[in-house]
Design a protein around this ligand. Structure first.
Ligand code: PHE
Length: 377
C-alpha cells in the first residue's frame, strides 16, 4: 500500500498514465507533452527561468523526460518499446531544441556573447615589475665581471665571527674590528668567540667560504647585503649592499688587479673614466688600496660632487694577505701562498647606483615610493 501511494505521488508530477500502447494513444499522449513543452518554452526570459525549464524537462534525476523513460518506456511491453522509444527521442529532441533557441534568444546570454568578442573594451593592463635600482646596479656590476669569466657566489647574511673577522685576519681584539661597527646576535656569550653569530659587516667572509669549497683557480664575484651599526644620513644606511671580488691563481699580480678594476670602472661608467690607486689598509689584503675614479660629473675638472678634487673614491682592494690563504689552506692545502697569489676588491652598490642615476638621498632607495621607483621601470 505504501508503495502504491509513493507511486501515485510520483505520477502527480506531470506524467499522466499511458492509457494504451496503440499508435493513436501514443500520438495523443506525446502531442500533449510537446504542446506543454512548447508553451513552457515560449517567452522564457532570464537565466533562472531557463535553468528551471531545463531542470523540469531534462533534469537527470527529477526531469519529466527521465520520468517518462522510467515509467512509460521501462514499463512498456516489448512489442510497444520501439514505437514508444522513437516518440520519446523525438520529444527529447524537440525539448532540447526549444532550450537551445531560448538560450540563444535570452537577453542576458546575448549580452554575454557580445561581451566575449567586444574588441572595443579596454584590455586589462598588467603592470610588469622592474628591477629595483640596487638590484639593477648589482646585476650590471656582476655582468661586467661575468664577461671576464667570473662566476657568482653568495653566502649567509647572519655570519659567524670566524668568517666575518677571524679568518679575514681580524684577530680577536684587533682594532680594525672597530672600523666595522657590528650588530651581533644577543645571548651567545657561552659560545667560543669564533662561533658567535653577527650580521655580516661586509661580503668578504664569502671569500673564505668560497676558498674552503674549491681549490684555486678562483674567479668569483659576490653580491650581497651587509649590515653595520651606522647612523643613517643622506649617504649612509645601516643596511646596504656590496659586490665583492676574488681572483686567485698562479702568478696573479697587482697589475692584474689594476687592469681588471680599470676595465670594470670604464665598463660601468664609460670609457673616458680614469682610475687611480692610493695606499690603504685592510687586514685581509696586503698591500691594500683605495680606488678613485675621475669625477663622472665634471670629467675631472672639479665640481661640488667631487669636492673640487676631480676624483671620487669608489672601492677598496688589495692583494690577498698570506694570513688569509693560511686559513683557507686548513681546508684546501692548495692555497699555499708560496705557489699562488690573488687579489680581492669590494665596492658599495648604493654608492655606485647613486652616482650612475644621480640619486642624492640614499633613503630614496629604500622608501618604496612608486614615484621614485617608476623612473627605473
Ligand atoms: N670588505 C671591505 C669593506 O667592506 C672592502 C674590501 C673588499 C677591501 C675586498 C679590500 C678587498 O670595507
Amino acid at each position: 500500500m505504501q508503495c502504491f501511494i509513493l507511486l501515485f505521488t510520483h505520477m502527480s508530477d506531470g506524467i499522466p498514465e499511458l492509457p494504451a500502447y496503440d499508435d493513436a494513444a501514443l500520438e495523443k499522449a506525446f502531442a500533449a507533452l510537446e504542446t506543454q513543452a512548447r508553451e513552457a518554452a515560449a517567452g522564457l526570459a532570464g537565466e533562472a527561468a531557463l535553468e528551471a525549464f531545463r531542470l523540469e524537462w531534462l533534469g537527470r534525476k527529477q526531469g519529466r523526460l527521465k520520468g517518462l523513460s522510467d515509467r512509460w518506456l521501462k514499463a512498456a511491453p516489448a512489442t510497444a518499446k520501439k514505437a514508444l522509444g522513437l516518440r520519446f527521442n523525438a520529444l527529447k529532441a524537440v525539448v532540447e531544441q526549444l532550450l537551445d533557441s531560448a538560450l540563444g534568444a535570452s537577453p542576458s546570454d546575448a549580452g554575454l556573447k557580445a561581451e566575449a568578442i567586444d574588441i572595443t573594451l579596454a584590455g586589462t593592463r598588467r603592470l610588469t615589475g622592474a628591477e629595483h635600482p640596487i638590484t639593477r646596479t648589482m646585476n650590471e656590476i656582476v655582468s661586467v665581471f661575468a664577461a671576464l669569466g667570473y662566476s657568482v657566489g653568495v653566502g649567509p647574511e647572519v655570519e659567524t665571527d670566524f668568517y666575518n673577522f677571524e679568518s679575514m685576519n681580524f684577530p680577536p681584539g684587533h682594532p680594525a674590528r672597530d672600523t666595522q661597527d657590528t650588530l651581533v646576535v644577543a645571548n651567545q656569550e657561552r659560545k667560543p668567540l669564533r662561533d658567535r653569530l653577527l650580521l655580516r659587516t661586509h661580503t668578504s667572509p664569502v671569500q673564505m667560504r668560497t676558498m674552503e669549497q674549491q681549490p684555486p683557480p678562483v674567479r668569483i664575484v659576490i653580491p650581497g647585503k651587509v649590515h653595520r651599526n651606522d647612523a643613517a644620513d643622506a649617504t649612509h644606511s645601516p643596511i646596504f649592499h656590496q659586490v665583492e671580488g676574488l681572483c686567485v691563481d698562479t702568478g696573479i699580480t697587482f697589475s692584474d688587479l689594476k687592469g681588471t678594476l680599470d676595465h670594470a670602472m670604464k665598463a660601468l661608467f664609460g670609457s673616458a673614466v680614469k682610475t687611480r690607486f692610493f695606499p690603504s689598509f685592510f687586514p685581509f689584503t696586503e698591500p691594500s688600496a683605495d680606488v678613485q675614479i675621475s669625477c663622472i660629473f665634471c670629467g675631472g675638472k672639479g665640481c661640488r660632487k667631487c669636492k673640487q678634487s676631480g676624483w671620487i673614491e669608489l672601492l677598496g682592494c688589495g692583494m690577498v694577505d698570506p694570513a688569509v690563504f693560511a686559513f683557507a689552506a686548513e681546508k684546501q692545502p692548495a692555497y699555499d701562498p708560496k705557489k699562488i697569489s690573488g687579489f680581492a676588491f669590494g665596492m658599495g652598490v648604493e654608492r655606485i647606483a647613486m652616482m650612475k642615476y644621480g640619486i642624492s638621498e640614499i633613503g630614496s632607495l629604500y622608501a618604496g615610493d612608486m614615484r621614485f621607483l617608476n623612473q627605473f621601470a
